[in-house]
Design a protein around this ligand. Structure first.
Ligand code: AOF
Ligand code: ZN
Length: 367
């Protein structure tokens, strides 16, 4: 492996240390190399905390003057929650900066590199750029499109069912897959389901990675008519983060009052045919600084989200079980498409195994 790639790989590893704690900011790792030795490492640990470059400068075991900084995102040039990192890098006397990707944040976007160059620092950009973009896919969409990144997650049997015809779904996937889902919930800022899922399963929708209490995402229930039972766990489970009910003007005033008393936040978004306007919902979520949404069904909401074009990535767990049943639910319902040539396709596929289960991940290619 080339030297630059080798050190950048380490920067990406360090960056991943911030998973689930930096949202809606990026995952950033940095290290400083001098005379062939890593003399400092740092990462952006949590929102509002030091940026990775500054953390690395602070952790240095010796004078960084003349050293090379490796960082997976262009150093920032703006005064935000913290002062510009490019300035700190210049002041510290770093002589070379190797960067994986330009910062897509319109406030930075090349200006950081410009500041470094103007100060006579050598810069190299584009080292392991593909990996860096994948790691910060949430951040990239959030800052460029001003919408959260949406991941559709489903677990189904080999014959494509998410529950038996009688409605039993505990469990479709194995322990390993379910742990992976808790890890995902720990990393995203919001988790979203349709009200029918609440009615069917009364889930808590909390993050319990490794069986421990996690970083609970905000729970969003899409419920156009306000059917949610007032005693459901997503409303009463206080240990978890807050709950948002995405509804429409069709909700009854009495129900609205009861929900507000329970501390539920209501977003009224009238969309087509009495449904919730999902695109509008994403805009509102951006306003709440929620950078990512894990969409966990059911089939009706998944179909509507795909039709609205709001899903970025799908993660489908497939368990080697066959259950049959013409009335057994499937991950995507709605009316479906008419012809195969109109099927939604996924790209950049990856396949991972979790014990007996297979996870297929890909990005939705809207035409
Ligand atoms: C981070 N951590 O390590 C780097 C960031 O929220 P602020 O004001 O601290 O600024 C966040 C912006 O700074 C972020 O959108 C990105 O453009 C840039 N770089 N941010 O949170 C870091 N290097
Ligand atoms: Zn910075």
């Amino acid at each position: 492996m080339e030297k630059n790639e080798y050190y950048m790989k380490r920067a990406l590893e360090l960056a991943a240390g911030g998973w689930g704690r930096t949202n809606p900011n990026p995952l950033v790792g940095a290290l400083i190399v001098k005379n062939g030795e890593i003399i400092a490492e740092g990462c952006h640990e949590k929102l509002g905390g030091a940026h990775a470059e500054v953390a690395a400068l602070k952790n240095a075991r010796q004078d960084v003057k003349g050293g090379t900084l490796y960082v997976n995102l262009e150093p920032c040039s703006h005064y935000g929650r913290t002062p510009p990192c490019a300035e700190a890098v210049i002041k510290a006397g770093i002589s070379k900066v190797v960067i994986a990707m330009e910062d897509p944040n319109p406030k930075v976007c090349g200006k950081g590199v410009e500041m470094l160059k103007n100060a006579g620092i050598e810069t190299v950009t584009g080292v392991l750029e593909g990996e860096a973009r994948r790691l910060n896919e949430i951040f990239i969409k959030y800052v460029t499109r001003k919408q959260p990144f949406v991941i559709l997650k489903a677990a189904m049997t080999l014959d494509g069912k998410i529950a038996t015809a009688g409605g039993d779904s505990k469990w479709i996937s194995g322990e390993g897959s379910r742990q992976q889902v808790h890890l995902l919930r720990d990393r995203v800022s919001a988790i979203m389901v349709g009200v029918d899922t609440v009615l069917a399963d009364d889930p808590a929708l909390t993050a319990r990675p490794g069986g421990e209490t996690g970083n609970d995402p905000v729970r969003i229930i899409v419920d156009s008519k306000g059917k949610i039972p007032i005693d459901s766990r997503v409303i009463n489970n206080e240990a978890a983060a807050g709950t948002i009910l995405a509804t429409t003007s069709a909700i009854e005033a009495g129900k609205e009052k009861l929900l507000l008393e329970k501390g539920v936040r209501l977003l009224k978004l009238d969309g087509p045919d009495g449904h919730v306007d999902l695109e509008g919902l994403l805009e509102q979520l951006y306003g709440l600084e929620l950078d990512s949404v894990l969409l966990e069904g059911g089939g009706g909401l998944n179909a509507a989200a795909l039709a609205a074009g709001i899903v970025d990535k799908a993660m489908i767990f497939i368990a080697p079980k066959i259950i049959g049943g013409r009335d057994a639910k499937t991950p995507v319902e709605g009316d479906g498409i008419g012809l195969m040539r109109d099927a939604l396709r996924l790209g950049e596929l990856s396949i991972v195994r979790f014990e007996e289960d297979i996870l297929i991940e890909g990005y939705i290619r809207y035409k």
